[in-house]
Design a binder for this molecule. Sequence first.
Ligand code: 3H9
Length: 696
Amino acid sequence: MIPSSFESAPFGRSAQDDREHVCIITLDNPPVNALSFVYCAKLLAEIEAAEVDESVSAVVITGANGLFTAGADVNDFNSEPLPETKTVRDVIAAIERARKTVVAAIDGNALGGGVELALACDYRIATPNAKLGLPEIRLGLLPGAGGTQRLPRLIGARPALEFMLKGSSISAERALELGIIDEITPAAELIERAMTTANGPKRRLSERNAIIAKELPAQAGPFVVAQAHKMVPAEAKGGLAAHKLIDAVQASVELPFNFGLAREARLFDELVRSKPSQALRHLFFAERELSKIPPSLSSRAESRDAAEPLPIELAGVVGAGTMGSGIAITFAQAGIPVVVVDNNDEAVDKARQTVMGMFMYQVQKGKLTQEEAWKRGQSIRFTDDWSELAEADVIVEAVFENLDVKREVFRKLDAIAKPQALLATNTSTLDIDALAQATKRPDKVLGLHFFVPANIMPLLEIVRGRETSAQTIATAFNLAKKLRKKGVLSGNAFGFIGNRMIFDYVREANALAEEGVTPARIDAAMREFGFPMGPFAMSDLSGLDIGLAVQKARGPEANGRTNVLERLVGMKRLGQKTMAGFFKYDKSVGKGREPIADPVVEQLFAEEARNAGIAPREASDDEIRERLLSALVDRGQKLLEEGIALRPGDIDIVYVYGYGFPPHHGGPMWYASTPGVILRSARSARLEGQKVPTHA
Ligand code: 3H9
């Protein structure tokens, strides 16, 4: 609630008179009101003008374009500010100096420097739809415009640190609970309410300074620091920004405000220049490039209007296996009802259980209410009647990975589905054009390659066939956004982008093992780099039988120098599912998921290498990493040359979101171009004068 002292206008003037003297400053820098250097200079001038204008009694700062602001302009971080450059720090300093009351009126997103700006105001009012966040950590940064000093003083060190370390946005309601904002008001009344509040009794400079000078309990310092440093990843494993953020909050509890601000600024500036932040900023922009499709890709002369995405209000899934159920859950979670067709009763029963189990789990975790879970469950309809797919706007087939089986499914779907429906395959390797030819609508056929588990993994490869239309692609990107997936466009090639590259990576790992490096050492070297698991544990997880089948499907190009994989499959060592593959597994160790080195496999590699005439040799951890990463980058480079991948950044997104590539290294293509990193691939690309991504 607003304090009563703010409600009446002072000095006997009517509230109406006062409102007329409130200066409303609207953040208006489309599309997201970013606080760029240039825009900050303009804003600063407006704030200073309001301050010196005798007719202005108070100031309200609000935002245009459906949001408050997305914070500092991330593009600016690549350029060195000149002495005369104005930044959000200058704007905030001016607000703090102002003798007039400044109220923040927030609707939509208030992020990063935007929240920091609001924190410097005297009062913060938000609409129920407002979302507040300090996402700097996701860019490898910390809030660098006073956020790490003001927020702990406002709401306490621990909640402030938790909020900043998470980096996710919170609702207005939660922000009110935490004390970040002072009041929630309906959108229609926001400005009126802010003006009335601004004209209430003035918050004086002395009062502001009292908040700034407020000391946090001394014991918060050691507690915050000791606990928090232990809870975040090591600096080398992507935790650099988190550790510096904790240091900044430590400064807020140990130092006077201005000293804390200076410490924060120094830490922020170090992070801006750090490699992890550069990598994360690259990923931020790469993600936003994904759906920008060059017009030249359109297969036919299509007008701009024809590329308008089609609405997706009902989805269909064919196949109720693991993949099909995961895809159905994904649609349901996005609020798109879905019909799942399968003629196998047993599979349907299992899928029903999986689906309900998933929603109930979310209820237990407090992510869904019982009612929401029930509604989601109801939005998935299982049936064996294919005709129920007639009204679906998109149908994804997720049946057995066999071209003939899938062709038959596409023929059937083409006859049942309405003419404008998209027909998608979830294949990870098969030819999209061969499937498109089974229909009379090849322009509406595409690949939607979800990753396992489909409802969790954030990546979706959108695969275009020869005739896939621009409108189909636009619809797929729209769908990906609704499903909260990062949609990446791929050309139609065996394994598309991600798997095509992983094949080479795994083959290089095998080559190293054939040369006498143990799978355990190879995996450890890649974990050290930041992957959650190494190539052999990954192969065990996806199943060696699957790996062998894919290898065979790829033909002679895929064959390694030895038959280790074939022999392991012959020994029924299929990976985690049989508790033995490249590693062994024990139910009592890490719930059966912890890889345990197995001398049997090491001997097998040695024996096969001897038979193939491969001499054993030493390899350092650096060489292991270089060879494996080079395999990825070399293939990535080829995919770019062949036009299968559109941009190096697309490949980076695939690897970070689909294959656990450590985000603080920016993805394989970004990493290869990092100054000081010499991979064979980067070197050869440079020699051949090919385009590799460059650092800003
Ligand atoms: C910061 O504030 C540091 C301070 O603590 C200290 C300073 C000293 N800058 O995502 P969208 C562009 S760090 C520049 O597709 P949506 C984006 O590239 C900042 N550009 O829209 C895209 O451009 P284009 C902390 C930005 O509706 C266009 O806007 N803030 C920025 O799905 C539309 O973006 C953040 O990290 C930016 N800050 O989502 C917020 N933000 O059209 C990051 C966006 O040319 N931003 N653009 O491709 C977001 O989370 C989302 O963009 C937002 C809108 C939720 C705002």
